[in-house]
Design a protein around this ligand. Structure first.
Ligand SMILES: *[C@@H]1O[C@H](CO)[C@@H](O)[C@H](O)[C@H]1NC(C)=O
Ligand SMILES: *[C@@H]1O[C@H](CO)[C@@H](O)[C@H](O)[C@H]1NC(C)=O
Ligand SMILES: *[C@@H]1O[C@H](CO)[C@@H](O)[C@H](O)[C@H]1NC(C)=O
Length: 404
């Protein structure tokens, strides 16, 4: 073996070690593909860290490359008319099915994921999901491009989405698109699931909005800011696609550019003692079914010596953390479909919300996927398609077809 070859071999082993993430054992399908996807995301993450340390760019500006590379313009085809427009000054991509033009249609407001920092309506994967939804459900889909961190912080993301919802839910607007006002839903994944839950809560108590949502769909949503040490955070700290460090960074970027919030959240030291009363809403000892507590012992959360949390009251605003809404704010929410994944730091956020909604008398269908990682449902486009993602997407559309 030549010296060059050996050097190359060593370099490859180092690179492989550097980007390697173990794939959970019960994931039986597409293991190599998942490993590759995970390596890709981790490499971009490392590149972003280096660029930020050297002062070239903000971490999220580098991460945003994934969104930019994946951009596709609006393109209509024989089944769906696709256009970019604005609702209440917020950019949206509209999908209008061409079939049966005179019949009333169903509708969905879709909110993409990406940690309030990344993603967009024009990402191929979201564009694909929206046209597929529109086609399969014969539904008008409104995919929202809300403004992102780090340039914009909470509540801008929420307010953009809410402005679109309020505009679209007017009877005059629904009539214009031939939408049946009793068959409208909101849906979103990850940070979009967070926004969907927040929008559904706010709409319920908004006297200006007469049209009610029929359904909310929350796909592995982020729902709480208080406890970054839930069993799911512990179990999945370094699982593919969304490690704990990235989720914590997303949360802190949602509120501020100040990196001391991230540091405090990472060690779960961000909650000042004055906010103790809210821990009951995220008490996993009460809200998680036994099977998800396995191997973990509940200890009451510690309070931060750090004062940083107090500077960001948004942390306890239910528009940012829907799980912190009290029971009266949950009562009357529409039929809810929640998807959670076993290998996901956000798993317990979703499961605790299911428990809280049920206690408040809200009808909930909970789909827990044992062999999925965070983000699985967005991997449905070849060559980055995972069969578990396709399965989840099929279930989701079938369920909506029966219930919306
Ligand atoms: C936060 O950082 C971003 C990106 O560097 C910048 O555009 C934004 O103005 C900053 N926000 C604040 C409040 O400093
Ligand atoms: C959480 O729930 C457990 C069990 O019900 C209880 O003992 C504990 O005091 C609760 N902690 C908080 C902070 O609500
Ligand atoms: C991915 O999509 C291609 C093309 O549609 C298909 O042939 C393949 O079976 C899919 N793979 C998985 C794992 O779903």
């Amino acid at each position: 073996m030549g010296i060059k070859f050996r050097a190359l071999l060593l370099a490859s082993v180092l690179v492989a070690y550097y980007i390697y993430t173990p794939i959970p054992e019960n994931v039986k399908e597409d293991r190599w593909k998942l490993m590759f996807l995970s390596a890709l995301f981790r490499s971009v993450g490392h590149l972003a860290t280096v660029a930020e340390k050297l002062g070239f760019a903000h971490y999220m500006d580098v991460m945003m490359l994934i969104t930019r590379i994946d951009y596709t313009p609006p393109v209509s085809y024989e089944k769906v008319i696709v256009t970019d427009t604005k609702f209440n000054d917020v950019p949206v991509r509209l999908y209008i099915p061409k079939g049966q033009p005179d019949s009333l249609k169903r509708a969905m407001i879709y909110l993409h994921g990406g940690g309030w920092c990344l993603g967009g309506k024009g990402m191929k994967t979201y564009d694909f999901l929206s046209r597929w939804t529109s086609e399969k459900l014969n539904a008008v889909v409104v995919s929202v491009d809300y403004r992102l961190a780090p340039k914009y912080h909470f509540p801008v993301q929420f307010e953009d989405v809410y402005a679109v919802a309020k505009y679209f839910l007017q009877n005059s607007v629904l009539d214009q698109y031939n939408v049946d006002s009793s068959r409208v839903c909101v849906s979103g994944d990850s940070a979009g699931g967070n926004l969907a839950a927040a929008v559904a809560q706010q709409l319920l108590h908004d006297p200006e909005v007469k049209v009610k949502l029929k359904i909310q769909v929350l796909i592995y949503p982020a729902l709480q800011t208080l406890d970054m040490d839930l069993p799911s955070y512990r179990d999945n700290e370094n699982k593919p696609i969304l490690p704990k460090s990235l989720m914590v960074r997303f949360w802190s970027e949602y509120f501020t550019n100040d990196t001391s919030l991230k540091a405090a959240m990472e060690t779960n030291q961000h909650v000042p003692v004055e906010w103790s009363g809210l821990f009951k809403f995220v008490n996993w000892s009460n809200w998680l079914p036994e099977e998800f507590k396995k191997g973990h012992i509940y200890t009451s959360p510690s309070h931060g010596s750090s004062k940083v949390g107090k500077k960001y009251p948004g942390l306890l605003d239910p528009r940012a953390a829907p799980l912190l809404a009290d029971n009266t704010k949950l009562q009357g929410l529409p039929l809810t479909y929640v998807i959670t994944c076993q290998h996901d730091v956000l798993r317990d956020d979703g499961i605790m919300y299911v428990s809280r909604l049920r206690e408040a008398g809200v009808p909930v269908v909970h789909k827990h996927v044992e062999d999925a990682v965070h983000g699985a449902l967005t991997f449905i486009m070849s060559p980055f398609n995972l069969s578990v993602g396709q399965r989840m997407a099929n279930n989701y559309i079938e369920w909506l077809n029966e219930n919306l």
